[in-house]
Design a protein around this ligand. Structure first.
Ligand code: DQA
Length: 148
């Protein structure tokens, strides 16, 4: 039976490919989604892939995931550093959460060094480019299989 995993993306990630490519590269969010679906299928994961610029929408997807999913991969983008509301929503989930950042946030401005989401993440991937997403799915597949 395949396990449902939500892959959630925060603000401005819809502009990947065009947005500061020296930091985020040239791959688009559609490229990342296709790779997540390909790797997800290999791992037996059913992928729900979403992006929003709105905090409340991300929170609503987390609420949906907590009822239906086996885990979450989340790149909260700038909300990583600001959103207690997203932290609180993730805190209600009883499954593993993997936090992903395309860039190495620790090499950047100091306000990016703090993450609210890390308080509830099983693991954090930063600076692996878009490859961080399939790596996160691999880890989630392992964590959820160990639990099953
Ligand atoms: C990001 C890093 C955040 O600091 C930034 O606000 C983003 C993207 C990343 O994937 O590297 O929008 O989460």
């Amino acid at each position: 039976m395949s396990r449902l995993v939500f892959v959630l993306n925060g603000p401005n990630l819809n502009l990947l490919g065009k947005r500061q490519p020296h930091i985020y590269g040239y791959e688009t969010l559609a490229d990342i989604e296709a790779e997540c679906r390909r790797v997800g299928a290999e791992l037996g994961l059913d992928i729900r892939f979403h992006q929003s610029n709105a905090e409340h929408q991300i929170i609503d997807w987390i609420h949906e995931a907590r009822e239906t999913a086996a885990g979450i991969v989340i790149n909260p983008a700038a909300y990583t550093h600001t959103s207690v509301a997203i932290l609180d929503a993730l805190s209600t989930c009883e499954f593993p959460i993997i936090e992903v950042h395309i860039s190495n946030v620790h090499k950047r401005e100091s306000f990016r060094h703090h993450s609210y989401v890390s308080l509830v993440a099983s693991g954090v991937i930063a600076g692996f480019g878009t490859q961080g997403y399939p790596l996160a799915l691999q880890r989630l597949a392992k964590l959820t299989a160990d639990k099953a």
